[in-house]
Design a protein around this ligand. Structure first.
Ligand code: G2I
Length: 475
């Protein structure tokens, strides 16, 4: 449910015209106050407070089939990138035949959970269908322009930024990559792609994205030159630094490198962060990895024009790394059982949250949590995550006492508090008495399992954010 709706999207308008019932879209940008010291204990809570994106690349199949995956993605991240579902081979497997279902499912999930979407990617030499690789000349140019126009039109209002071109610079000599795009269209194809994208949706941030450009080197120099040319024509908004890194090798000049792109008037973004380790990884390597993650996140946190950090997958076992670098792995923030690695705590700390894993009793803004009330089949707690004068963000937790197929949490606000937007929960939310039921994906819980939801309130009278007594019932 949402009150601050973004402009209605093309996709949604089309669905409504077709008579399809859709769920409400999400409010974007929480705009939380930073006047209070943070005791945030989720990545997204800390990142929201900092005004940054903390993103994750999501796998469509896992999002469909794994409730814990969905719950972790919803709880910990405020931005999503489709790991594969918005690439050209996924969206246009044969010419003129667009297949948006998987990308749409990811957008729907993001909107239901108040998350933004970074689109990846429109023009890339890899994961492009063979039909386009076999075109040349005008036919190739028309295919590129049609693809950009159709995809950006479909996701207008749903995707806030796009990787327009991906990996266009060669690895070794600072030249353009020798791809079918370059061979077929000449070096002007990059400008054409950005011109097309700018015209297709002027409201979206346009990025060029690449790997091994995190430090200052021949490849990032060439990227800089291209970005400078595009920036002079107002065709680009940002540069994405993939940051597929090796343990202990965060470039020493990464800050200076990102800063030079910011000095062009561009945003920067860490778009695909992972840090791989020679397997098996021991405790000291996992600690080194945490230090590396901390450093990259701190670099972005310190730069006003760094829009955020996206990690390239949720759990180590989900990562592309072992397939491509045999013997290397463990590059992400979560273990395969969803437990958090030291790197998770380091990222949380670097975002300004409390990565110790413990409540901070010395923090005067650490709010009380309701004692677990008794209920029928489940218990629930509410806690204030971050209050400001006329509003607050809350987290709710539901714990099942028995296997559940759904739950309802109810409470009555004692004062002027009213929910303005919420995620991972549905129901009658906006009035003085709240009836909050599970979303479609977090109602089924095993005995002892917990799930979380969240919401923002307004409290026009400026009173202290209260923690009402709640009741949880199985439904
Ligand atoms: O290679 C790592 C990343 C480098 N930057 C651009 C990213 O788009 C790229 O992501 C990876 C995905 O993480 C992989 O999941 O891109 C790969 C393709 O180049 C993806 O791998 C492919 C497999 O190679 C295919 O066998 C598989 O069918 O994923 C496909 C879809 O699951």
């Amino acid at each position: 449910m949402l009150l601050n709706r973004p402009p209605q999207s093309r996709r949604r308008r089309r669905a409504l015209l077709a008579g399809v019932v859709t769920v409400a879209t999400a409010a974007l940008g929480l705009g939380l106050s930073t006047q209070f010291a943070s005791a945030q204990t989720t990545l997204r809570g800390a990142a929201d407070e900092l005004g940054k994106d903390i993103g994750v690349a999501v796998n469509y199949n896992l999002l469909q089939n794994d409730a814990t995956y969905r719950n972790t993605v919803a709880t910990e991240f405020n931005s999503l990138t489709a790991e594969n579902a918005m690439k050209m081979d996924a969206l246009q497997p044969s010419q003129g035949n667009f297949t948006f279902a998987q990308g749409d499912a990811i957008v729907d999930f993001a909107q239901a959970n108040n998350q933004t979407v970074h689109g990846h990617t429109l023009v890339w030499h890899s994961q492009s269908p063979s039909w386009v690789q076999n075109l040349s000349g005008t036919a190739l140019q028309t295919a590129m322009v049609d693809h950009i126009n159709t995809v950006m039109d479909h996701y207008e209002g749903d995707v806030q930024s796009w990787d327009v071109v991906n990996e266009v610079v060669s690895d070794n000599n600072g030249a353009l990559r020798d791809s079918f795009w370059l061979r077929g269209l000449g070096e002007g194809y990059i400008t054409t792609a950005f011109q097309t994208a700018r015209a297709a949706d002027p409201s979206v941030d346009l990025y060029m994205n690449d790997y091994s450009i995190d430090g200052i080197n021949a490849k990032s120099d060439k990227t800089y030159e291209i970005a400078q040319g595009l920036a002079a024509q107002n065709l680009i908004d940002g540069v994405g630094f993939q940051a597929h890194l090796i343990l202990g090798q965060v470039p020493s000049n990464m800050e200076a490198n990102l800063q030079r792109f910011v000095d062009l008037g561009l945003k920067v973004r860490v778009t695909e962060l992972d840090i791989r380790i020679q397997m098996p990884a021991d405790a000291s390597e996992l600690q080194q990895q945490a230090n590396d993650y901390r450093r990259v996140t701190e670099i972005c946190a310190a730069l006003a024009d760094c829009s955020g950090v996206t990690v390239w997958g949720l759990r180590d076992g989900d990562s592309w790394v072992p397939d491509v670098f045999p013997g290397e792995g463990a590059p992400l923030l979560f273990n395969d059982d969803y437990s958090k690695k030291p790197a998770y705590d380091a990222v949380l700390d670097a975002l300004g949250g409390d990565g110790s894993g413990d409540p901070d009793p010395t923090d005067p803004t650490t709010p009380p949590t309701t004692p677990p009330p008794t209920g029928d089949g489940c218990t629930a707690t509410l806690s204030v995550q971050s209050p400001w004068n006329t509003g607050a963000t809350y987290a709710g937790t539901v714990t099942a006492g028995q296997a559940l197929n759904g739950w309802t949490v109810t409470w009555t606000w004692p004062g002027s508090e009213r929910i303005s937007n919420a995620w991972s929960v549905e129901g009658n939310l906006t009035g003085p008495t709240v009836t909050a039921t599970n979303a479609g994906y977090n109602g089924s819980l095993a005995a002892g399992q917990s799930t979380t939801f969240g919401f923002n309130i307004t409290k026009p009278d400026g009173a202290t954010a209260s923690v009402p007594t709640v009741t949880c019932t199985a439904s």
